[in-house]
Ligand binder design. Structure first.
Ligand SMILES: [Zn+2]
Ligand SMILES: [Zn+2]
Length: 347
């Protein structure tokens, strides 16, 4: 099969012909029909993720068709249209048994712990626990765009952030994660403030539900601005970018008893940011993480998509070919355009 391979961290990936994957006893092989481009792939390529063994094939936001299933797989067969969460649970550990596959102790991650979906085929383990069936009407590109940013935002807003109608939600950063969160939180009936440094992203945020926007490059004090708009602070706030400044602001702009959810990755020199711990105590703030979403929780999100309350297809950006993927991957460290780039052509 053809795949995007990198031999060294930070060195340009190339398209190579490599052996096709074979299904594990409890796994499947999926013919990849669409795979999203994500900043995490860029982090992996740069060497920021210590789970990667070289040579490596990146890609973790995938949708496609099952072409082969191992002997132990009972729920899936060739021809099934599927996607999978980026954190693949083992289905057997304490966390999986308690329903928290997204933090499985033995989790695998396609494109990180093993070869991923920037390829014609990808192998996924523990298929019965992790595969998600696609609604017939859903396009592969839309399904791939759910895999990481949209589901993480769904869990961040709904399960971790526990947003309720009428609450104020501040979303710091309007990339793929942030825009997903804005759409989901407004569908939940919250009043959402979008914060970014790019006016075009803020305009787009308004189109998908934000009721107020703050341009952080021209606003001297973002925390003060959020507190003014919300009459005292956000109930729930999210750092969707993953930067010490946005993380700090997201905690500092909360009202009493507010919830901060960290979704943007904090790696390398950003891994230990400053936290206004004085406020955390005095205001009884909650600081939460969100790491993907369990396969069984997709159904709530899929129903909201089916009924048109959520429109993830609006967040799909450029569609490119596998040949164009290496350059696009290397560019992910820079400024992102609007929407999630997806590889949809593999030949
Ligand atoms: Zn597990
Ligand atoms: Zn991702």
């Amino acid at each position: 099969m053809k795949a995007v391979v990198f031999e060294k961290f930070g060195q340009a990936p190339t398209i190579q012909t490599v052996p096709d994957p074979k299904p594990a006893a409890d796994g499947v092989v999926i013919k990849v029909e669409a795979t999203g481009l994500c900043r995490s792939d860029w982090h992996g390529w740069m060497g920021h993720d210590d789970g990667i063994t070289l040579p490596h094939v990146p890609g973790h936001e995938l949708a496609g068709v099952v072409v082969a299933a191992g002997k132990q797989v009972s729920r899936w067969k060739a021809g099934d249209r599927v996607t999978v969460p980026f954190a693949v649970g083992c289905g057997r550990c304490f966390e999986c048994n308690s329903g928290n596959h997204q933090v499985c102790e033995h989790q695998t991650q396609p494109g990180f712990t093993g070869w991923g979906s920037f390829a014609e085929y990808v192998g996924i383990e523990h298929a019965d626990t992790n595969l998600v069936r696609l609604p017939d009407a859903m396009e592969y590109a839309t399904a791939a765009s759910l895999g990481c940013r949209f589901v993480t935002s769904f869990r961040a807003v709904v399960d971790q952030g526990r947003v309720t109608p009428g609450e104020w939600v501040a979303v710091h950063g309007c990339g793929g994660v942030g825009l997903s969160a804005i759409m989901i939180a407004s569908a939940m009936g919250a009043n959402v403030i979008a914060i970014d440094i790019a006016d075009d992203k803020l305009e787009f945020a308004k189109k998908i539900g934000a009721v107020a926007t703050i341009n952080a490059s021209t606003t001297p004090n973002v925390v003060k601005a959020v507190k003014q708009i919300t009459n005292g602070g956000a109930h729930m706030s999210m750092d969707a970018l993953g930067h010490p400044t946005t993380s700090f602001n997201s905690i500092a702009n909360l009202r009493r008893r507010g919830r901060h959810v960290q979704v943007g990755l904090m790696l390398g020199e950003h891994a230990r940011p400053q936290v206004p711990m004085d406020k955390v105590i005095a205001f009884e703030l909650e600081i939460l993480g969100s790491h993907g979403m369990q396969a069984y929780r997709y159904s709530a999100m899929m129903e909201m998509i089916r009924t048109g309350k959520l429109k993830p297809e609006l967040l799909v950006g450029k569609k490119i070919s596998l040949e164009e993927a290496p350059a696009a991957l290397m560019a992910m460290g820079g400024f992102e355009g609007i929407g999630i780039g997806v590889v949809t052509k593999f030949q």
